[in-house]
Ligand binder design. Structure first.
Ligand code: SAM
Length: 279
């Protein structure tokens, strides 16, 4: 449907996320990274999502992870052979019947590259690029009727290169920091705390990120702080989060976000909390 040959190749300043991801930091990535330490050892990003911050930083040593294994498999496939993923995508057709057929295929019956192509295809063709699975882990977002390219070959190549040095893992954030030490830096971008509970529209995995997980994260941050390891955490500007991270530095970041399903954009302020001075 969108053959690679017809793609217009444009110069890229660096790799960009290959998927649309709820909570993606693309629009505020410069503001965020300007608050990061200037020098550090290994970069850890345990809530990788679409990877906008990782791709922007292009730090030489990085350990990146996310609990969503299907997403992480897409990274692993692009790292190992992006052309194979692209080849599968070239054969996939953007119609509602094909969408339903491809969505109904159990990803765990496919090989790594087919599964990555299925993931990217669904992201590009489903309603608003949402990722939502039911409790059995089955993707259940409806068709979106968009005429978008599935990928940009030059970007896939740049992504593959950026990933070549990185260690990529699928795991819960608490297990992701194995080996972290003194001069390393960790950026945490968890599913945001929402007043009144969680939103069903950012169910990134079959589990929800609940209040107890925000407590787990804050406890981990305090542990790292006690060891002198620097970190930054993004989250919503709510009393709960401010209280959870009390004693640390709180910076306000303004973001233009799609807020609700009527697709209204509004300026919102979110928090970046750090355990170091931002210069
Ligand atoms: C706000 S998104 C990250 C967005 C990312 N910074 C970007 O720019 O696209 C949060 C991510 O956390 C992941 N996640 C949810 N629960 C998790 C957990 N317990 N451990 C690790 N990752 C988790 C989700 O799969 C999702 O990709």
């Amino acid at each position: 449907m969108f053959p690679e040959m017809s793609q217009k190749i444009e110069p890229l300043s660096g790799p960009k996320p290959f998927i649309k991801w709820v909570g993606g930091k693309h629009s505020i990535v410069n503001e965020l990274t300007s608050c990061f330490p200037k020098d550090f050892g290994t970069y850890f990003e345990p809530f990788l999502g679409g990877g906008s911050v990782f791709f922007k930083l292009q730090h030489q040593q990085a350990i990146i992870s996310d609990e969503n294994q299907w997403l992480i498999d897409a990274y692993l496939a692009l790292k190992s052979d992006w052309k194979l993923v692209a080849g599968h995508l070239d054969k996939m057709i953007n119609t509602d019947q094909e969408f339903l057929r491809i969505r109904s295929v159990n990803p765990w019956t496919l090989d790594l590259y087919e599964r990555a192509a299925q993931f990217i295809y669904l992201n590009k063709t489903c309603f608003r690029g949402l990722f939502r699975v039911n409790q059995k882990g089955q993707f259940n977002v409806p068709y979106g009727v968009y005429d978008r390219r599935y990928y940009d070959a030059q970007n896939f190549e740049a992504i593959s290169l950026a990933l070549s040095q990185a260690e990529i893992k699928s795991c819960d954030f608490e297990l992701s920091l194995y080996g972290v030490s003194g001069d390393d830096f960790v950026y945490f971008d968890p599913p945001y705390y929402k007043l009144g509970g969680y939103s069903n529209f950012n169910r990134y995995t079959s589990q929800q990120f609940r209040e107890k997980d925000h407590f787990r994260l804050a406890a981990l941050c305090r542990e790292l702080d006690a060891k002198g390891i620097r970190w930054a955490v993004s989250n919503s500007d709510t009393g709960f989060i401010r209280q959870l991270f009390s004693g640390f530095q709180i910076h306000l970041i303004s973001a233009r976000r799609e807020i609700n399903l009527n697709s209204h954009n509004r300026d919102v302020v979110e928090l970046l909390i750090t355990n170091y001075n931002v210069s």
